[in-house]
Ligand binder design. Structure first.
Ligand code: SF4
Length: 467
């Protein structure tokens, strides 16, 4: 990536502002349709007619302690009995959703996230899984060669036991995602997340012994006390452990929005933009040199991993978990704050536990949105840019965007080409956008050119920075 040497600092000044991550389009702040259960059911019915396999997400919101950087919807408690009433409620929601989905459709992708799913006892995880299996057409390891399915779970090495992983593997989970963030002790203290290299190494070994075929590490740059030297050590340690996937996220410091950040993260301890860039650049080069493929934005994967394969075969997709492997799947979300995305309709569940438990209005929405044709078309364009790094568009229809894209061309982030042979007469002809290797770092800026809502005057701008 030679171009990086030339102008990354300059590009960062220009494009380093807040931009959506495009795990959906339109983005969640735009979901303002009043909730209609009938409309949601109609979307599910339409998805049944399509008959496609689908994704399932289950949200388990509990954590034993608060990591100060965290921006997730979580409930902190050391009392594990708190999960009992939650399990009762998600079982009800499993029935509520499961009964509406055609049994001919299969769950090709499943993710359990949180919070910390392994806050729950292994028996509780099994209880939920067994209930899911009654209402959803789940696959198991014997199906793996035929369906290439991915059943993944987020784990926190601090609260995950051998029994957890043995149970999860037996049930059919084949992927793990582990929050690592940074191995540096000073940083760990400042973010209230102490976990040793040895504990991560140990959990990884247990995962390997129990046939988890893909393990992801989440790392975060931009945390307190990080500098290039400290993070180099973390990168060395990560490479030594050799997970199949790495997500290297930029810490989103938004203290006005997250009280724990405001109270506990001292701004003067945060690395400046230049340091953050050095860290990212070094990490990127190191992972690529070690044989990882740069998928885009902040994801790296081993060439033999399904994420790399999906990238090569143009099956890569984005949903609320980031880059995933099964393009275009409907997604059904279960649990507090969970999001469903079905045939262009988005529904986010209630965010407050008391409202999620409310029997008067069962499974009402916190947010809801029904896409129109323009949304669906722009969603497809944004997906192609974010996932395939290439799209072809009608010049007449996207003339305004074409001219906005020219500055990205000058900066070497994209190539704009006329698809038709006559290069001087665009007329109603098509043009193509190819995101360069350098452009993948700023791919959400490029995609944002097609975000109708973001480009309105009073657009919501509370997004994380692109680098
Ligand atoms: S364990 Fe994960 S979800 Fe829980 S507070 Fe820490 S970062 Fe957030």
């Amino acid at each position: 990536m030679q171009q990086v040497d030339i102008n990354l600092q300059e590009l960062l000044k220009k494009y380093g502002g807040a931009v959506p991550r495009y795990t959906s389009y339109p983005t969640a702040p735009e979901w303002k349709t009043p909730y209609s259960e009938t409309a949601f059911e109609a979307a599910i019915e339409a998805s049944n007619l399509e008959g496609n396999n689908y994704s399932l997400y289950l949200h388990l919101p509990f954590c034993e302690s608060q990591c100060y950087y965290c921006a997730c919807n979580i409930i902190i408690s050391k009392k594990h009995e708190i999960s009992k009433s939650y399990i009762k409620r998600i079982k009800e929601e499993i029935e509520y959703i499961g009964e509406k989905i055609s049994p001919n459709r299969k769950v090709i992708q499943m993710a359990w996230g949180g919070g910390t799913p392994t806050f729950l006892h292994p028996d509780e995880l099994e209880e939920i899984y067994e209930h899911l299996a009654k209402y959803f057409n789940l696959l198991d390891r014997a199906d793996e060669p035929f369906f290439n399915h991915e059943y993944s779970i987020e784990i926190d090495p601090r609260v995950t036991s051998t029994e957890h992983l043995k149970t999860l593997s037996r049930l059919g989970f084949n992927r793990l995602s582990m929050g690592v963030q940074d191995f540096n002790e000073k940083t760990q203290e400042a973010i209230n997340r102490i976990q040793t290299y040895e504990s991560v190494e140990n959990i990884l070994k247990i995962a390997r012994d129990n046939n988890f075929s893909s393990v992801n590490f989440d790392l975060i740059y931009g945390l307190p006390h990080q500098n290039l030297e400290t993070f180099k050590k973390t990168i060395e340690q990560v490479i030594k452990l050799s997970p199949e996937r790495i997500a290297l996220f930029n810490y989103a410091h938004i203290p006005d929005f997250f009280p724990f950040q405001k109270k506990y993260i001292e701004e003067e301890t945060l690395p400046d933009q230049k340091t953050k860039l050095e860290i990212f650049e070094f990490a990127m080069r190191s992972f690529i040199a070690e044989g990882y493929e740069f998928i885009g934005l902040d994801h790296f994967a081993r060439p033999e991993d399904e994420l790399s394969k999906a990238h090569k075969s143009k099956k890569l997709y984005r949903n609320f978990q980031g880059y995933t492997t099964h393009d275009g799947c409907d997604l059904f979300g279960i649990g507090l704050t969970a999001i469903s995305s079905v045939q262009g309709t988005y529904k986010q569940n209630k965010k407050k536990l008391s409202e999620y438990y409310n029997e008067e209005e069962p499974f009402a929405a916190e947010k809801f949105f029904i896409s129109d044709m323009q949304d669906i078309e722009r969603k497809e364009i944004i997906k192609e840019i974010m996932c395939h790094f290439y799209t072809e568009l009608d010049y007449k229809k996207y003339k305004k965007e074409y001219y906005l894209l020219e500055s990205f061309t000058q900066d070497g982030l994209i190539e704009l080409n006329h698809v038709t042979p006559n290069k001087n007469h665009l007329g109603n002809k098509k043009f193509s956008i190819t995101v360069t290797e350098l452009g993948r770092l700023f791919v959400r800026n490029i995609a944002s050119v097609f975000d109708y809502y973001l480009n309105q005057k009073n657009a919501h701008k509370l997004f994380s920075k692109s680098l």
